[in-house]
Structure formats: C-alpha cells, structure tokens
Design a protein. Structure first.
Ligand code: COA
Length: 379
C-alpha cells in the first residue's frame, strides 16, 4: 500500500431471504451498523463506494452511489462499482485507491444485493451477465452449469470422488452454526450433501451457494488509526469467456492477484493464519487453494481430509461459514469477507482462530474472470 490504510470496523445485515427489507433498507442498516461500530461521525466520511451487480434488474434501483451518499448529512462524493460477484472486493480496492492517492482520508465502503424479490429464473439469467454474452451466453449455460463443467473436468483429471467433494460444503455449514448473520446455520454431514438434489451434474443443491439478500459496510481510513491494517489490495483478471481459456480447472486471475498481494505485503504464503475463500460452488474452493499454492494441483482435497482447513488446522478456511452457508448476496460478499477478516483479527469472530495475526480475503467474479485479494494484519 502507498500509505497505511486502517480498517476501523463495519457492520452487516443478516444474510438470507429478507422479504421484509428493500435494497435501500439493507444498505441503511449496514451503514448505520458500520458508523455505530466505528464511532466516527458521519461527516468524517470523505467518499462512499458501493459494490453492487444487479440493483437495477432485481430491485429497480440503480444510481446507488448517490443513493448511499444521500444517507449522509453532507452528501460526499460517491460511486457504484461492479465486477459481478467480485463487486464488493472491487469496491474495497477502489476505496484504497482513493485513500492512497489522498483524494479521501476516510471512506465508507458498502456491498449490497437484493435478489429474492424476483423470480429465481430472472436471477439465474441476470447472473449470467457475468459471463461473456457473445461467446458463453448462447450455450444456454447457467452459473451452476458452468461450475458443473469445471467440476466434471476436475474430477476426471484428478480422480476426485463425489463424496470427497462434499467435505468442502460440510466445513462451511459446520462453521456457520455459530454465525448469527449466516443464512443456513445447520451442520450438514458430507453424506447428506452427496445425496442432496441434483442441480447441474455433478453439482448438487448443497454444493451451491444460495440466492441471498444482504448488505455489509466497512469504514477505511488513513487519518483515523486502528489495530487492523490492510497490507495489500490487488485485482487479477483473465479472459472473460471460458472459450478463450487454456484451462477451466485453474483461474489465472487468482494466481495473479495472490502473487501481487504477497509481494505488496511482503508476506510469504505460510504467514497467513486464516482465509475467507470464495466458495460459490464447492469445486471452486479446491481450485482457489491450488491456484494460491496451498496445495499442488489436484490435491487440495487432502487439506480437508487431513483437517488442515479446520479451525485449529494449519490453514483454517471460511470460519464465518463462507458463501455456502452464510449466503452470497453478490455485491455484498467481498465486503462481508473483509469484515469477517477484521472480526478474526479483533477477536469478534464466531469461530476464533487462536493467535490469528494475518488473514486473507479471496473474492471472485464470474468464472474466475476477476479476482480480488485483500490481506489484513493486526498491528
Ligand atoms: N444451500 C442450502 N440450502 C438451500 C440452497 C443452498 N444453496 N438453496 C436453497 N436451499 C434450500 C432452501 O432454503 C429451500 O429449503 P426449504 O424448502 O426448507 O425452504 C430448499 O433448499 C429449496 O430451495 P429453492 O429456493 O427452491 O432452491 P432452487 O432450486 O430454486 O435454487 C439453486 C437452488 C442451487 C439452483 C440456487 O440457490 C442457485 O442458483 N445458486 C447459485 C447462485 C449463483 O449462481 N450465484 C453466483 C455464483 S458465481
């Protein structure tokens, strides 16, 4: 980072099917929570950035930057950014750019999405806007369908069994039991995941992150200090269309963003004490861990089998419950992941990793076309 960026704290709504709340209600609630948690004055906020993908399509509300700015008495500059499921991570990166360039000293970052007021088919087709409309769209694939292709390719290439894949979702569901903000707070054994209804072969219902409403907000500052600093904020991208990729079992965007983040922070991989990982589909978690070098290609499942991904393991994953069990309100996810990392470092996490000092948030947009990595450390 060009100068120290501190995470002052944040707030979030519960994630879930929140029929009694509009997109505006969710944003207001997360912003109020963030301001109350950090005890800054609303007028201390110099700029607002919101990450959102589908406000116009699913909540009839676009122009969200100014909507958020209107919640503050002094109407600071504000903008909305979009990078599909990585919209939240991109919002944080944009806030860092404003802070590092001295355009602002304190920035309110929000991620929000309201998906459940419209029919599921509309959400499914709107989410496909994250893929390449000319090359991938005409195939008729959906996101569960695309990740099912990656799962089929991966399972064939590395001989991964259906029951092994179920270990990934089981871990997230176990963690979410203690998280009051999570959509699904029920422990689900791997055997039940393997038997859940088929969505897109080989992916079953319990391999998929759900359709979710929710919002999260964070306050970042170069002026006000806290015990948690952002050590790196990086974006990686790669070809939008799957047809232009050399591989569908690895995402270059993650490799690039992670390597650049380690170099920006001056960390080594094994400095990281916990990871919030973008488990939009169970197979994705294995791919991400391999792309970041936590396991050789085809072997990430061993981390789950050996207990390395558990709360007391070498590499605890998704101690919040991840996207799978917390839910995945698209634009909110990347902001909520960094809030969870902040909670981990300030001992407010629902599942606390002992002596966690350095943590990672990995947020993915599309089928790995965009990746943001945020590294946070306690100081
Ligand atoms: N995990 C756990 N439970 C889930 C769930 C999930 N992913 N999705 C739904 N459920 C539960 C519901 O709560 C409901 O339970 P209930 O009957 O007790 O109320 C039941 O399963 C059926 O839910 P329903 O909403 O009818 O499911 P659906 O078939 O309409 O949708 C998916 C299921 C998996 C197709 C949908 O959640 C989906 O498309 N997920 C992926 C979203 C996506 O692509 N995001 C972008 C990622 S890149």
């Amino acid at each position: 980072m060009l100068q120290p960026v501190y995470v002052l704290g944040g707030g979030q709504t519960k994630f879930g099917e929140l029929w009694d709340f509009s997109l505006a209600d969710l944003i207001r609630s997360a912003v109020d929570g963030a301001i109350a948690a950090t005890k800054i004055l609303p007028t201390d906020i110099d700029a607002v950035v919101i990450g959102n993908m589908l406000g116009g399509e699913t909540a009839e509300q676009a122009h969200l930057g100014t909507f958020c700015s209107s919640l503050l008495p002094h109407h600071p500059p504000a903008l909305r950014v979009e990078a599909a499921c990585a919209s939240g991570g991109i919002a944080i990166h944009t806030a860092c750019a404003l802070l590092e360039s001295n355009r602002a000293e304190t920035v309110l970052v929000i991620g929000a999405e309201k998906l459940t007021d419209v029919a599921g088919e509309l959400v499914t087709s709107a989410l496909m806007h994250a893929a390449d409309a000319e090359k991938d769209g005409p195939s008729g694939l959906t996101f569960p369908g695309i990740f099912a292709l990656t799962a089929t390719a991966y399972m064939h290439k590395y001989n991964l069994s259906r029951d092994d894949l179920s270990l990934v979702s089981a871990l997230s569901h176990k963690a979410a039991v203690k998280n009051p903000y999570a959509q699904f707070r029920k422990e689900i054994p791997a055997a039940s995941i393997s038997r859940s209804p088929l969505v897109a072969d080989p992916l079953r219902l319990l391999d998929c992150s759900p359709i979710t409403d929710g919002a999260a907000a964070l306050i970042l500052s170069t002026k006000h200090e806290s015990g948690v600093r952002l050590a790196a904020s990086q974006i990686g991208t790669e070809a939008l269309s799957l047809t232009d990729r050399a591989s569908i079992t690895s995402f270059t965007s993650t490799k690039t963003a992670f390597a650049n983040a380690l170099s920006e922070a001056g960390w080594k991989r094994n400095d990281i004490d916990a990871i919030e990982l973008h488990d939009c589909f169970s197979i994705a978690s294995l791919i991400h861990l391999e792309d970041m070098g936590f396991a050789p290609e085809g072997e990430a499942i061993q981390l789950y089998k050996q207990g390395d991904t558990d709360i007391d393991g070498a590499c605890p994953i998704n101690t919040s419950g991840g996207l799978k069990a917390c839910g995945h309100p698209i634009g909110a996810t990347g902001v909520k992941q960094v809030l969870d990392c902040f909670k981990q470092l300030t001992k407010q996490a629902p599942n606390q990793v002992q002596n966690a000092k350095r943590v990672l948030a990995h947020n993915l947009g599309g089928v790995g076309a965009t990746c943001t990595i945020h590294l946070l450390e306690s100081i």
